[in-house]
Design a protein around this ligand. Sequence first.
Ligand SMILES: [Zn+2]
Length: 391
Amino acid sequence: MKYVVLVPDGCADEPFDGFDGRTPLQVAEMPHLRAMAARSEVGRAAVIPEGLPPGSDVGNLSILGYDPAEFHTGRAPIEAAAMGVELAADEVAYRCNLVTLDADGMMVDFAAGHPSSEQSHPIVAALDAALGGGRDGVRFYPGVEYRHLVVVPRDWADAACTPPHDLTGRPAVWPLGPAAGKLRALMDASRPIVAHAAAAVGSSATQIWLWGQGRRPHLPRFADRFGVEGRLTSAVDLVRGLGVLAGIEVLDVPGATAGFDNDYGAQRNACLASLTDRDFFLLHVEATDEAGHQQDAAAKVASLEAWDREIVGPLLEALPAHGAFRVLLLPDHATPLHLGTHTSDPVPYLLFDSEVDGPGGDYTEAGVAGCPPVPAHTLMARMTAGASHIV
Ligand SMILES: [Zn+2]
């Protein structure tokens, strides 16, 4: 048996005025998906447990079969895993954005004008030289563009931090809680260092912003939990980091990007090649989520149609050569076009078994509106039930 999980990030939506009240899943031409849904179990999955933020870290943890209420510790430690940064038991990782605040403390840009990594890495190096390098247990790690990481002692964890993208155009909301003083001191101390280093590379960054903290999560190995070894492809750090933490091999597929230029066919071919010697594969594409954030309705529909044409159709044709197979398809959360951000609402899921016809359904938000939501993390165990080599 082969097991394939398909994740169109943020594809679920709400009725959209530009589509006369329909959703992208209703508007997109997806003949292969519709045919598969007609033979599947189609329902509604609660990907974001109550009380947790509707992020891709939480949603993809659910999809991989780990209850976020039990296993989620924060987004930064997942990004740390993707970056190859090891966290000790007494350490905490924070996301460290380079941001632009004006003189009145207004968050002008949570991404500091999107510096290139070539611009931002010298800034992070200057921060580590002046404020990190292991002094007081603080270490800075350069990431991509404006997105970096800082590792601090565990007693810095207890704070409520506001994501900087929630503050755009508003006064900064500084951390609250027992560790707030230490965090505020580090952010304040970053200002002269960032100012100096940013001027040298022509960046508009003014300081660092700390958020998304957590300890290293302990995920039981995916293969131990579900009895199948596998690989995944994704251009997104959070999904790749979950693969590292769960012991799922993370592939680098040339052409796989987080944008609208993603090479769907390259990811599909990587999936089919991987299934020759591993039974499990997860294929994640970011473009639908990005279209939601940009409120680009046409791009969201085009991305769904690319899914159908380049991935679902060819997979359904090629998979029977590998024997029996199951497919689980669902997004990690909804990213409604009219909101331009994530919501916590349950999303449509589809579970297909090449050997057993399901009741069939309509893979749209309206098609599953009457279904009671099931916890999304329970779907992986159901898909892999009876997997061959439980260890
Ligand atoms: Zn997502």
